[in-house]
Design a protein around this ligand. Structure first.
Ligand code: KG4
Ligand code: ZN
Length: 332
């Protein structure tokens, strides 16, 4: 069974064809980094306009690469949120039009659920598992008991981890996206050079990154001559410590051993290395998707769409995207 996945939630135009929720026949991502880099962040209107230009070529390429025709497609799965509303509208309108004209069922996907299911394209972890979605827009911890059974156990109170990477890169004078830039810079720096704060909220499993970001800003103002590599490495090590410690705390408290990592920040090389070591020590099993499945893509939307489709969760043509959308039992 082939599902066509479409994602235009943020700044990448993505389409993919996935067979039976796991075999990736194509996974096309048209990046807009070049457009947004000079602004140090995404400019929403430019993102929507680029999606309008790219959506048809990207879907065509995904179909061509998969060697599929629209008659072979069992369902079209599209991200309906959360994300930038002008970006989401392009994907949702396109998916509705294609579904209507070709008479192919439409499936609406929560982008966060898509991130969690990206690992299913490579290996199927056993339920229950703890999923950490750590991206440019979100940093949340979910207990996953099965398809559609999600409970959020903690989240960021302010900036998402990826957003903190992007803002720190910008204040160090680099472009967007900042995560890969900081990742590369940090590899040449000393992570112990600067003791940036690690905030652990006591009354919940929530995390916070805005104080850390402000500490980096204050440090760069106070010591303008300091090595950017050391700042990057010290900042990155604080983010990693917060994420790893919180994940271990939550896993212990709910007695779950399988941990699934997802979202753009899960592509961070130091996080991937340290998480493997620290989780092994803590007796936890970690599932890390390949790098191109961590960042936004449509294969994860198609894979999630497969589970919606076989569970008869079909969208109707009143489907409207939502910029703000949580992930829980009621709205998965
Ligand atoms: O999942 P994603 O592609 O889009 C969202 O749904 O937000 O995540 C993008 C975020 C950006 O903030 C980017 O800087 C960050 O993921 N990112 C990284 C790395 N690669 C991407 N952060 C740290 N290290 C990386 N290697
Ligand atoms: Zn994403």
């Amino acid at each position: 069974m082939l599902i066509l996945g479409i994602d235009t939630s943020c700044d990448d135009t993505a389409a993919a064809v996935v067979e039976d929720g796991k075999n990736m026949l194509s996974n096309i991502v048209s990046s807009q980094n070049e457009i947004h880099s000079k602004y140090g962040g995404i400019v929403p209107e430019l993102a929507s306009r680029r999606h309008i230009e790219m959506i048809i070529p990207v879907v065509h390429e995904a179909m061509r690469k998969a060697g599929a025709g629209f008659n072979d497609i069992s369902a079209i799965a599209v991200s309906r949120g959360p994300g930038l509303i002008g970006s989401l509208l392009v994907g949702v309108c396109f998916a509705k039009a294609l579904s209507f004209t070709r008479n192919i069922p439409l499936v609406a996907i929560n982008h966060l659920e898509g991130h969690i299911y990206s690992i299913f394209l490579e290996v199927k972890p056993k339920y229950p598992f703890l999923a950490l979605v750590v991206s440019g827009g979100h940093t949340s911890f979910y207990r996953v008991d099965g398809f559609g059974l999600y409970s959020e156990l903690g989240r960021t109170r302010d900036d998402a981890a990826g957003e903190a990477f992007d803002k720190v890169a910008k204040l160090l004078g680099f472009g967007y996206p900042g995560g890969p830039i900081i990742d590369a810079l940090a590899a040449k720096g000393n992570a112990g050079a600067i003791a940036f704060p690690r905030t652990f909220l006591k009354e919940s499993f929530d995390v916070s990154f805005s104080g850390l970001k402000t500490a980096v800003l204050n440090y760069t103002k106070k010591y303008p001559e300091s090595k950017k590599e050391d700042i990057a490495a010290s900042f990155q090590s604080a983010v990693i410590e917060i994420l790893i410690k919180r994940t271990i705390d939550i896993a212990r408290s709910i007695n779950v051993k399988n941990i699934v990592l997802s979202g753009g920040v899960a592509a961070n090389s130091a996080l991937r290395k340290q998480i493997k070591e620290k989780f092994l020590e803590a007796g936890l099993e970690v599932y890390l998707p390949s790098l191109d499945l961590c960042t936004d893509n449509a294969a994860m939307i198609a894979a999630t769409g497969y589970y919606h489709f076989i569970n008869n969760k079909i969208a109707d043509y009143t489907l409207n995207p939502k910029a703000y959308l949580t992930l829980g039992a009621a709205d998965g």
